[in-house]
Structure formats: structure tokens, C-alpha cells
Design a protein around this ligand. Structure first.
Ligand code: SF4
Ligand code: SF4
Ligand code: SF4
Length: 357
């Protein structure tokens, strides 16, 4: 175990190597600010817990998010200028929204934040990323727009927009040697993001080892299982019992649920404080955490390819299982017969079966 990775709560816990960390958050990609709004619902940990220092061992955290900030105008922009000039202190860069391709427009710009005081021209989102990413200790893409392009990058869009991995490069690393960390979802599940930020803050402070990521740069412990594996309706799937209209409690695969192949913990974790979770509450999984979203999952309301085959196979198997289960269930709904033998005692001590010798 890395000596610096001392778990919380031990007397031997080391003081963080870094005492203050800033979170510099750009929402100026092509997006809807839905991820900034989503994280206000986090509880594990909450954004307030992190900022107000409620978590032992964490460095002091300063959040600069344009949707949540008290500052506005130049007062807010100053944090970004300082970060770009390496004067703010160590910071984690969070990028929200899809990154447009400024090289393919004919005039104007696709997305920008603030104005260049020398030229009077808008500072494009791409320019901000170019300025800030090399100075950040960790870079996180929040939401599917920023991770893989998302809704805005769907086929036919005029902006040529993309996720941060495609913009900076999949092998790109921060000056501290961290790969880009992706927390997809449209929007992001709030606790998934806050837990990832917490991990990274610990890592920046020298308190935890390298964050484990999968091949799509998602934290492995959050995206290692499929929706299907955590779905409340999986029992119906296994028994080949499918919903054919909304409002049914049964498996939604025939209505377009992609749960069997999508990596997402939302059915297990819920949306807010454990409540909700797409298929659990009647919504088909449309694969919003996946790099192929949305194009590879459209049209959303059609049954996914393979669902026919798997539901046929499951259907045959399910019929047998259902019959056997019905038999077992019927038996389990009746008390054991030795409890109904009138006055005769057939369990434990019995004078006719107990040998006194
Ligand atoms: Fe909005 Fe979804 Fe994009 Fe987040 S990923 S900015 S919620 S469209
Ligand atoms: Fe799997 Fe979707 Fe059916 Fe749930 S509703 S069991 S995730 S196919
Ligand atoms: Fe997105 Fe599916 Fe997860 Fe819902 S269950 S958040 S639709 S990937």
C-alpha cells in the first residue's frame, strides 16, 4: 500500500501535502448546465460537506462554478485568469458541456466565456481549455457532453463538437501525471461526481493512490456493473415477463431498455438520496453514460437489437423457471406438514422414538 494512502480515522493519518485546492469549473461547452444543477443534490458527500470542511483530512476547497458562484462578471472571471496564469494555487479543472470545433466555422464562434481585454473578442471555450488544462493538477469531464460529446455531438450537428478525451487526446495527462477523469451521465448522477471529486482531492493531497479508471476513463468502482445487474426489474427479465406498455412493473426491454449492456450504477444508487433510478421507476435506460450515446442507442423507444434474441431465449428458459418457481412458491406458502399433526408431536423429543439408553 502506498504509504501516503492512509485511511481516514487512524491516529497515524498524515496531514494533507496540499492545504488548499481550488475547483475551477467551466460550463461554457455546448451543454445545458444540467450537471452543475445535478450535483446540488449530492449527499455522498454533499457539495456543502466538501466546501465547508466537514470531511476530516481534506484540504480546504474553494469552488468556482459560474452557476453556483456568488461572484459574477469580472469578479468571477478573475479566478479563471489567475488559474490560467498559475497564480491561483493547485486546482482541479472541471469541464462541463461538449467542446466545439472552432476550426470548422465560417465566422463568429461556437462557444465562449468572457472577453479578451486586448482584442475585445470573446475568449472561446477551446482557448480556456488550452490555457487551463496544462496548469491543472487534475482534469475532470462531467456529464456525457464533456466526456464523449453527448447529445450535442450527435450525427448531423454543425459544430463538430466532441468530448474532452477527443479534444485533448485520450493519452493526455495533467502536470501531476493524472489521465483525464470522466464521469458521464446526462446529467451526471450527483453522488458519482462528488465521490470522484472527493477521491481526486484526496489524491491531490497525497492521501490516496492513483484513481482506478476503465478504458473509457470512468472510475471503475462506479461504472463496472451494468444497469441490468442492479435493476429492480431483473427478476421479471429472468422469468421472461416483459412490459408491453408504460406503467407496468415488469421488465422494460421490449419498450427500449438498453440496461443489459449499459454500464451505470443509477438503478443501485438512485438519483437523490437513494430514490429513483431510471428503470427502477419506469424509465427505459437509453445508455446515457456510454461513449456511443446518443447515436448508437437511437431511436430511443425501439427495442434494442439483440433484445428479441435474448428475450426469446430468456422467454423459453423463463417459462420453465416460472413453472418451477410457481411450484416452489406454492409449497413455500404452506407451513411444513409436521406442524399440522393434531396433538401428535413429530419433532424433537418423542417418547416413541427417543432412546433413553
Ligand atoms: Fe446537459 Fe446532459 Fe450535456 Fe450535462 S451531459 S450538459 S445534463 S445535455
Ligand atoms: Fe434489465 Fe432494463 Fe429489464 Fe431492468 S428493465 S431488467 S435493466 S432490461
Ligand atoms: Fe443513463 Fe441508463 Fe444510467 Fe439512466 S440507467 S442514468 S438512462 S445510463
Amino acid at each position: 500500500m502506498n504509504e501516503s494512502a492512509v485511511p481516514y480515522g487512524r491516529k497515524t493519518q498524515r496531514a494533507p501535502a496540499v492545504k488548499e485546492v481550488h475547483i475551477v469549473w467551466i460550463t461554457a461547452g455546448l451543454g445545458c448546465d444540467g450537471d452543475s444543477v445535478s450535483i446540488t443534490a449530492a449527499t455522498q458527500p454533499s457539495i456543502e460537506d466538501v466546501i465547508l470542511g466537514a470531511i476530516p483530512g481534506l484540504p480546504r476547497v474553494h469552488l468556482h462554478n459560474p452557476v453556483l458562484a456568488y461572484e459574477n462578471g469580472d469578479e468571477f472571471m478573475n479566478f479563471l485568469y489567475q488559474a490560467a496564469e498559475d497564480r491561483l494555487g493547485p486546482f482541479v479543472l472541471v469541464v462541463e458541456g461538449s467542446i466545439p470545433n472552432e476550426a470548422i466555422k465560417e465566422e463568429g464562434y461556437w462557444a465562449a466565456l468572457g472577453v479578451n481585454k486586448q482584442t475585445g473578442q470573446p475568449i472561446t471555450t477551446c482557448e480556456w481549455i488550452d490555457r487551463l488544462a496544462p496548469k491543472a493538477v487534475a482534469v475532470v469531464a462531467i456529464g456525457t457532453c464533456a466526456t464523449y460529446g453527448g447529445i450535442h455531438a450527435m450525427e448531423g450537428n454543425p459544430t463538430g463538437c466532441m468530448g474532452l478525451l477527443d479534444y485533448l487526446g485520450w493519452d493526455w495527462k495533467t502536470k501531476a501525471g493524472l489521465p483525464i477523469v470522466c464521469v458521464p451521465g446526462c446529467p451526471v448522477q450527483p453522488d458519482n461526481f462528488m465521490e470522484t471529486v472527493l477521491y481526486l482531492l484526496c489524491q491531490v493531497a497525497g492521501l490516496s493512490p492513483m484513481i482506478p479508471l476503465d478504458e473509457a476513463h470512468r472510475p471503475t468502482w462506479l461504472f463496472g456493473k451494468t444497469v441490468h445487474e442492479g435493476c429492480d426489474r431483473a427478476g421479471y427479465y429472468e422469468e421472461g415477463d416483459f412490459a408491453h406498455e408504460y406503467g407496468s412493473p415488469k421488465c422494460l426491454v421490449k419498450l427500449g431498455c438498453w440496461g443489459p449492456v449499459v454500464q451505470c450504477n443509477v438503478p443501485k444508487r438512485g438519483w437523490m438520496a437513494g430514490i429513483g433510478g431510471c428503470p427502477n421507476v419506469g424509465g427505459i435506460c437509453i445508455g446515457c453514460t456510454m461513449p456511443g450515446f446518443p447515436d448508437k442507442f437511437m431511436p430511443f423507444m425501439d427495442a434494442p437489437p439483440g433484445s428479441k434474441l435474448s428475450s426469446t431465449a430468456v422467454g423459453m428458459y423463463g417459462r420453465i423457471i416460472r413453472a418451477l418457481r410457481h411450484y416452489t412458491q406454492d409449497s413455500a406458502n404452506h407451513e411444513p406438514k409436521w406442524r399440522h399433526t393434531g396433538r401428535e408431536l413429530t419433532t424433537g423429543y418423542h417418547p416413541t422414538t427417543y432412546n433413553h439408553h
